[in-house]
Design a protein around this ligand. Structure first.
Ligand code: NDP
Length: 304
């Protein structure tokens, strides 16, 4: 029987496992440091089809894992420390064992970069979010602040402007990193206001976000802005450290897809946020997990 190792246990890895097992492939999923991925840190998920009343992020991941387990995926709750993709079977080392695999799916995800404030940590899920598409809806008609100035920040601000009353974008310089076209769209959106040359010193609120305290980096002046939510959009860090030099990685650190979901190594596939800097949704990650599994199944058929 051919065997597969899936690295990562977010929606991409779990969906890939379900497809692989159901194709008769012995599948082991290595769940990593943070089983369940980024959804473990979210509260209500209202945009994942099949749950008309919404579902809590951790509950959704528990259900996906249950389903993968029920069809027969094996789980190793440990982290991968090294891989050898130079020859098949591929070698995967975890903190306490070594596995061999005929095919591998990398689904290690990405982590949002946060500001690193104590108040941010305390209020995560209580009005602080790194996903406007996921959480913007909860702040319909409210005033929100958004930190960042890249394409994601501006895309998020334009998305939020359709839902909320006002978006204040806090930018640490007086220019944006986002593409020209995105900038023009944001500048002509009356609900978006730019606050230049400022950094966030503290997120205000006890049980939920009530505002932010910002500092003018030029003169040190401190100001407070009232808002009901803070969206942090200062980048994502793909979890690719262990794959450096093993598969092709782009300059931003994301794994490159060479042919459909295949990486630069034949037989090694990729799914979810570890390659996808653009969509970053649970449903798109799950979809790409299915695609990677189908490509892996075809690969195994071809080489067997
Ligand atoms: P980027 O790295 O492009 O932008 C990050 C932004 O956050 C910058 O404005 C940066 O400021 C700011 N920033 C970083 N750290 C801090 C901090 N500690 N405090 C305050 N501000 C901070 O990341 P994105 O996530 O926006 O985009 C990632 C990549 O994805 C980019 O290459 C982007 O072009 C691409 N992308 C493309 C899309 C498309 O083509 N449709 C859609 C979405 C993303 P500063 O500029 O001062 O460093």
């Amino acid at each position: 029987m051919a065997n597969a190792v899936v690295i990562g246990s977010g929606p991409a890895g779990l969906t890939a496992s379900i497809y692989l097992v159901r194709a008769g492939i012995e599948t082991t999923l290595i769940s990593g440091d943070q089983p369940g991925g980024q959804l473990i840190f979210t509260t209500d998920v209202e945009n994942f089809p099949g749950f008309p009343g919404g579902i809590m992020g951790p509950d959704l991941m528990t259900k996906m894992r249950e389903q993968a387990s029920k069809v027969g995926a094996k789980f190793i709750d440990s982290s991968v420390t090294d891989v050898d993709f130079t020859a098949r079977p591929f070698l995967i080392k975890t903190t306490d064992m070594e596995l061999k695999a005929d095919t591998v799916i990398i689904a290690t995800g990405a982590s949002a970069i946060w500001l690193g404030l104590e108040s941010e940590e305390r209020l995560k899920g209580k009005g602080i979010s790194a996903c406007a598409t996921c959480d913007g809806f909860f702040f319909r008609g409210k005033n929100v602040c958004l930190i960042g100035g890249g394409d994601v920040a501006i895309e998020d601000a334009l998305f939020l402007a359709k839902i909320v009353n006002k978006v204040a974008i806090i930018n640490r310089r007086d220019e944006l990193r986002a593409s020209h076209i995105m900038q023009q769209r944001a500048f002509s959106e009356p609900k978006i206001e730019f606050i230049w040359w400022h950094v966030v010193k503290e997120i205000l609120g006890q049980q939920k976000v009530t505002g932010i305290r910002i500092e003018n980096v030029k003169d040190g002046k401190i100001t407070e802005i009232l808002c009901d939510a803070v969206f942090v959009a200062i980048g994502h860090k793909p979890n690719t450290e262990i794959f450096r030099g093993k598969v092709k990685i782009n300059p931003q650190g994301f794994i490159e897809r060479i042919n459909k979901s295949q990486t630069s190594v034949e037989g090694v596939f990729v799914a979810g946020d570890v390659f996808d800097f653009e969509y970053r949704q649970a449903i798109t990650a799950a979809g790409s997990g299915a695609q990677a599994a189908m490509d892996a199944i075809r690969f195994l058929d071809k080489v067997s």
